[in-house]
Unconditional design. Sequence first.
Length: 469
Amino acid sequence: MTPLAPGTRRHVRAGGICGTFPCVLAAAISLWLPMMTGSSAARADTGGLHLLEELQGVITELAERVKPSVVSVGAIRPKDSLRDRPPNAPGSGSGVIIDQEGHIITNNHVVSDATEVEVRLSDKTKFIAQVIGKDPDTDLAILKITTDRKLPSARFGDSSSVKVGQWALAVGNPFGLDRTVTLGVISGIGRDNMNLSRYENFLQTDASINPGNSGGPLFNMHGEVIGINTAIINFAQGIGFAIPSNMARQVMEQLLASGKVVRGWLGVGIQPVTADLAAKFGVNENEGVLVNEVFEKDPAARAGIKPGDIITKVDGKPVETPNMLSRLIATLPPGATTHIEIVRDGLRQILPVPLSERQDVPVIASLPPPGRSEVKLGLDVQDLTAELAGKFRLKESTGVLITRVDRGSIAEAEGLREGDLIKEVNRVDVVSVNAFTAAVSKTKRGDTILLRVLRETRAFYVVLKPAEK
């Protein structure tokens, strides 16, 4: 995955084949018209051309209307000057003016660590813009230029109403080509797990975007900004991503008000609900997220959320992935009370949770994809001692420590390793090797074993399927 910084990787159309919507539309019409004969062909040709001309007029008028609000953005580095700075220098990208006072939204990775940037308007005039605020967690930044004249600006649309298949117009400065316009469709919504930022909910589009488009707007057919272009898949054709306008607007408002973004905090460690975990906890696969740790004195702990709970909804909105839960909580302000639906021991309940301010610590535990090898567990364990706790950076005084994991074992396939501390077996606390052995010995043929494991400061659940006895 490649952020749209210029001078990095070019986005190449394989074999010169065009797969975007305008190309497909034109190809379809070119195939259809020759099939008509005689007067019907003439009428179809006249009507078809008239329809295309009307469509073309709408698109060209839209492009002319929105282009003036799009700017070129370039980070200023030592010894740079407005006169000798190349048009596609590293760190340059695009932005869009969001009000007549000169505020501009762009990507954080375009601005980088700069406090001032060069901004070039559609009429070629240049300004030095101040960086008002940045939010790396969403890859957004707000700039401000000062001028006596009113500036052309764009307005935000509602990204929650965007649908797959609707048209989209991308405007930016790819490879230094000012205010390039491309047309396509929205190819997908709600894209996450791209590892581009902490909070991801991207719109996917096939409107051609390239290095230099970063920070530029994605418009709907009403000329409203529905996204801020931010990344492409550099080895694919027609796969670009934009930050949805509703997320961008929320971040913008906070940055303009206080120069920073404050987010709600729940205080849990979470992991995906795999098929094996779903069977153990009595939910459907990918229904909700599994709480593997609850931080003391944080909102979740005070509200009564416990390890082993499945969080399925936040304020009535379904939760399917850890990223989705993190994003939903982050949209809420500290002090707000959210209603969390959980599944505990097969029963659903809703807990009111007053949120606090987000802490900068990770909350998602991850493991390698689960293996399917039905062999012995392949674990050596011993009682935890103070010396071993110090060696493996554990803040616990009891539990069963894994001292060896056999190669090729089910334990290795499930991501367990030396130094992991087993705290539960099948939802029962284990404080010694004897307790662990007793719990495991109760496993019947074909049963799986649910472990709650602590690794340094993070906990997670894992399901082991032992070999048949």
